[in-house]
Design a protein around this ligand. Structure first.
Ligand code: NAP
Ligand code: MG
Length: 516
């Protein structure tokens, strides 16, 4: 059981509003407590960050910032297995995926350690009498509100860029999963950052998040989460004329033409929607397929969906639980309403998980032909396994079977809204023109993929789709740490990752030196 507190001005402090319980979504059991923070905690953190920025951090050379980030990366790498175990238990993501996330936070800090020394301006040839040059200067204190789906990775990506550029930071992770973030901050805090440069305030969105969004002492706000809350924090920021970066998810299309290499595409199409149980902003949640191969592709996808292993995260299944009961209900409602509206369930995996000593929870699909290949009953749950003395929580985890939907009306809710669960819709198209129209006919524009062997068509379609990232014959959930990442339309604006992120957290300052 972990009891986590806030980290403010280099000191670990209790939250002013008490504590919040952390749940392991694989078993529905309590695994820890975090600080429940409010406006006074956030205020302490923002003040500490401002003091640290003006007194020391602003003057700290890039080479030193780089060295600290590198050291932080090394510390995290040294504890990667431990971080992965915490992340897996807290979010419900299969251990292997959490191990990847633990390596990714390391990569973010490594990348931004390198980048810190390459943030520079230009000289601008104006006239012989003037020397004009620009510098990229930090904004001051940056606020960071991150969600529960990739807590470790998001911490690395958002803090990495801000710290490399010389900002002091205040991070508010999500109440549903932040235990690994607390441990990561503890490790990072040993890398030599002056007190107040990294602050962590945990709690609910309505309390801690709102206080951060409202605080006048923040000079930039990076937000990842839902469009509704994104719009809200943008409004709060408008009151302070403060820039924001909003990363708000998507309904990302994978466009499969009849000439596509299906052997290559199939595992990628499936992985793009089951990774992290579909709770990924860049999940490939819509397959648009050319009419001629629609039935074949559905049949092949269906086979794969039925054979997916679903179970507790520590057993390393293909798909773990959703993060919370609320998320489970949300996904269930989406699918139930889609079916009522005429969609057909072409395939569903089977959730067959019985915690020791309790009856099996089984949700087979009506047409499911094969059982999960994973024998979940034989798992030996860890210390966070079901505790029959915990009456406040369900005795099983928050599992939803990966679901493949066909006969989906492109205008229906399931075809247009972000489900954030392992639910894939397949929609046919006739030709290139219709494929592009369908791909763009949603409010989002985060990621897309084009599958074709025709080079010209690959380029044409990639150009025509409105998305922040487009893949050809492949798919990356946002890609590596080096690739600029962010949305068009309601997927948000601003870019994280890569060098591009450094532009968001710096301002260009122009110097004009009169030589006369
Ligand atoms: P959310 O409410 O937008 O939460 C995202 C972050 O904002 C969390 O840290 C949350 O804190 C915080 N927050 C909530 N209300 C706030 C407020 N009034 N002021 C400041 N911060 C606030 O998203 P959610 O409820 O977790 O998930 C709902 C849906 O959003 C998902 O089903 C999915 O469709 C979408 N989503 C997208 C992403 C993405 O990666 N783009 C990530 C998560 C969710 P608490 O969680 O602690 O309350
Ligand atoms: Mg949890």
């Amino acid at each position: 059981m972990t009891k986590a507190t806030n980290f403010i001005d280099g000191v670990w402090r209790e939250g002013s509003l008490g504590t919040l319980e952390m749940i392991n979504p694989s078993y529905g059991t309590k695994i820890g407590e975090i600080a429940r923070s409010g406006a006074s905690d956030v205020d302490l953190a923002v003040r500490a960050a401002n003091r640290a920025f003006s007194s020391v951090w602003k003057q700290t050379p890039a080479a030193e910032r780089s060295r600290m980030l590198r050291k932080a990366a090394d510390l995290l790498l040294h504890h990667a297995d431990e971080l992965a175990e915490i992340e897996s238990a807290d979010t419900g993501k299969p251990l292997r995926q959490a191990q990847n996330d633990a390596r990714q936070i390391v990569r973010y800090l490594e990348f931004y350690a390198g980048a810190a020394e390459h943030i520079h301006g230009d000289t601008i040839p104006v006239s012989a009498e003037h020397l004009v040059f620009t510098k990229r200067v930090p904004l001051g204190v940056t606020g960071h509100i991150i969600p529960w789906n990739y807590p470790l990775q998001m911490t690395g990506r958002t803090l990495g860029a801000a710290l490399a550029a010389g900002n002091a930071t205040v991070l508010k992770p999500a109440e549903d999963a932040c235990l690994a973030v607390v441990r990561a901050i503890e490790l990072m805090s040993k890398a030599g950052f002056p007190p107040g440069v990294i602050n962590l305030v945990t709690g609910t969105g309505e309390e801690a998040g709102q206080a951060l969004a409202d605080h006048p002492g923040i000079h930039h706000l990076a937000f990842t989460g839902s469009p509704e809350v994104g719009a809200h924090v943008m409004k709060c920021s408008a009151a302070h004329i403060r820039p924001v970066v909003l990363e708000l998810g998507g309904k990302s299309p994978q466009v499969v033409f009849a000439d596509a290499d299906l052997e290559r595409a199939l595992p990628v199409l499936v992985n793009a929607i089951i990774q992290n149980a579909g709770q990924t902003c860049s999940a490939g949640s819509r397959v648009l397929v050319q009419q001629e191969i629609h039935d074949l592709l559905v049949e092949r996808l269906a086979d794969r969906f039925r054979s997916l292993a679903v179970g507790p995260a520590d057993g390393n299944p293909d798909v773990g639980p959703l993060v919370s009961e609320k998320q489970l209900e949300r996904v269930r409602t989406f699918v139930d309403e889609a079916v009522t509206a005429g969609a057909e369930i072409a395939a569903q995996a089977t959730v067959d998980f019985a915690p020791s000593g309790s009856p099996s929870q089984s949700y087979p699909s009506p047409d499911s032909t094969s059982q999960s290949s994973h024998s979940l009953e034989t798992l030996s749950p860890d210390s966070s396994a079901p505790d029959s003395s915990a009456p406040d929580f369900p005795s099983h985890g928050f599992f939803y079977p990966p679901t493949l939907l066909t006969h989906v009306d492109p205008q229906s809710t399931i075809a247009r809204k972000e489900v954030f669960g392992p639910v894939l819709v397949v929609i046919p198209f006739r030709d290139e023109e219709e494929a592009i129209r369908l791909a763009n006919d949603v409010e989002y524009g985060l990621v897309a993929a084009v599958w074709t062997e025709n080079l010209g068509r690959a380029h044409r379609v990639a150009d025509a789709i409105d998305a922040g990232q487009v893949y050809v014959n492949g798919y990356g959930a946002g890609g590596g740490v080096e690739l600029p990442f962010g949305g068009m339309k309601k997927s948000g604006f601003g870019r994280e990752k890569g060098f591009e992120a450094l532009h968001e957290v710096t301002a260009v300052k122009t110097y004009v030196i009169n030589k006369g």
